[in-house]
Design a protein around this ligand. Structure first.
Ligand code: ADP
Length: 477
């Protein structure tokens, strides 16, 4: 089997490799992917550092053309790349193709942004002096990504980094190197100069840790667990490095008595169970007021009966497998914890077998949960959600905000008053009214508050905040 190698200083390299396994069918090896060493990582950082002066001064047309070519190729290959994504990560083929299209759109967006780079010219408060405010590239950026969005997250970090003139050392998650390799191959062929984008696949404890320990990374943009995010933060203080962290969520979805029941159920089922609940914006706390509680639970249970859990590539599958054995154990451990804490298992909770050996778990719904239970406080990252019964809107809002996280927050209501109040008072970076907590646009800011995020927003124009540094220049006329 060919080894998909790392790209360091413009050369494909690496003989050590690991198998990329399909969670829908653990007998299938998706490919062999290089596993980089600390020395590889240091070489990649040195290459990115050497490539920075020229790339930081590259013309905006050159950046535009490369980003546009990448976006176009990803779109042209959406079915093939979507299938690769579904095979390595386990989300359903339509979800995977949707994510691939989004990655293409992100490259198109930043191809456009490259042509719109601008500064400000303002008068000085002193006579005969002019002031210019410009944005300059930050330097070498470390990009560390998780397994749950194998193509979209790399895209939304790589595209702005290149657009604003930075060079990159990119380390994708061990479980899903395939889509990352494909993006890097596409960008490399699109004409990026050697060393501008370096790919080092491999272990977090080796490749990732070597990046954290390097004094040569001007910034690290990271998406992953709270624990690793904290390590990125602590190491970055020591190296005086800019950081952007996206970590966990425990997102609430409030359902009020006046909600349209079908809208509420569609939004809640999507939030909690689509992409196998493995989205940082997934909702695992369904906070439901008394008057609609029983009808909501009955309708949710009926809805869950209609969702097929099966092979990600099979037509008609609504929910793919859990990503791997370790995550499956976390999910089933939390199901046991929920039962012991006194929540009532209203649906699911069982492992299921299908035609192929994979990590199949039923969508699982608890009722009679409280917000103090561990299943309501800790991120599970699987197809497991709990219904928390509350008296009224005021209690619902208080419970929604009573969490260490603050990424996304949803409400189902037909009341303009409650929707407006919730938008203003939800302690989250993103608020959804009558929509799932997950599922966001690519051209507007993404990010959260409290324990979910640290640093400036990702995506859209707001990405410039992280990927550039501001200069104020004064000239005597
Ligand atoms: P998860 O538990 O969901 O896999 P992680 O935070 O462990 O979340 O993984 C997110 C990314 O961080 C992955 O690319 C992983 O390899 C990387 N990572 C893990 N440990 C470290 C570390 N010590 N230093 C840097 N990166 C790491």
């Amino acid at each position: 089997m060919t080894i998909y190698q790392n790209l360091i200083a413009g050369e494909w390299t690496g003989a050590e490799a690991v198998e990329n396994i399909n969670p829908s069918d653990t007998k299938e090896v998706v490919g062999l992917y290089a596993s980089g060493s600390a020395a590889d990582t240091r070489n990649a950082i040195a290459a990115a550092k050497a490539a920075f002066p020229a790339w930081s001064r590259s013309g905006i047309w050159e950046r535009h053309v490369i980003l546009k070519k990448a976006g176009d190729e990803i779109m042209a290959r959406k079915d093939e790349l979507g299938a690769l994504l579904a095979r390595e990560e386990g989300k359903t083929l339509p979800e995977a193709i949707g994510e691939t299209i989004r990655a293409s759109q992100i490259f198109e967006f930043f191809a456009g942004e490259a042509l719109r780079l601008a500064g400000e010219v303002v008068p000085s408060v002193r006579p005969n002096i002019g002031v210019e405010i410009t944005r300059e590239p930050l330097g070498v950026i470390g990009i560390i990504t998780p397994w749950n969005f194998p193509i979209a997250i790399p895209a939304w970090k790589i595209a702005p980094a290149l657009c604003y003139g930075n060079t990159i050392v990119f380390k994708p998650a061990e479980l899903v190197p395939g889509c990352s390799w494909a993006i890097v191959d596409i960008l490399n062929r699109a004409g990026l100069p050697k060393g501008v984008l370096n790919l080092v696949m491999g272990k977090g404890s080796i490749v990732g840790q070597t990046m954290l320990d390097s004094p040569d990374l001007a910034g690290i943009t990271f998406t992953g667990s709270v624990g690793t995010g904290k390590r990125v933060a602590v190491s970055s203080i020591e190296h005086h490095r800019k950081i952007q962290l996206e970590m966990g969520g425990k997102n609430p979805m409030v359902v009020l008595d006046d909600a349209d029941l079908s809208v509420a159920v569609e939004a809640a089922a999507n939030s909690a169970f689509f992409s196998t609940g493995q989205r940082c914006t997934a909702s695992s706390r369904l906070i439901v007021t008394e008057g609609i509680h029983d009808r909501f639970v009955a309708a949710m249970t009926e809805k869950l009966k209609t969702l097929n859990v099966d092979h990600a590539l099979k037509t008609g599958t609504h929910i793919g497998p859990v990503v791997d054995e370790r995550q499956l154990k976390t999910d089933t451990d939390y199901i046991e914890i929920g039962k012991k804490e006194g929540a009532k298992l209203a649906f699911g909770g069982e492992l299921i077998s299908r035609d192929t050996p994979g990590f199949y778990l039923q969508p699982t719904l608890f009722t009679e949960a409280t917000n103090q239970m561990r299943i309501s406080r800790e991120e599970i990252f699987g197809p497991v959600a709990s219904v928390i019964r509350v008296k009224d809107y005021e209690e619902a809002l208080a419970v929604a905000n009573d969490t260490p996280f603050g990424l996304s927050s949803g409400i189902a209501t037909t009341s303009l008053k409650h929707a407006t109040h919730f938008k203003r008072n939800a302690e989250a970076g993103m608020v959804m009214v009558n929509l799932p907590t997950a599922g966001v646009d690519f051209h507007v800011p993404f990010g959260g508050r409290k324990g979910s995020s640290y640093g400036s927003r990702e995506q859209g124009k707001y990405a410039a905040e992280f990927f550039t540094t501001v200069k104020t220049a004064y000239t005597l006329a």
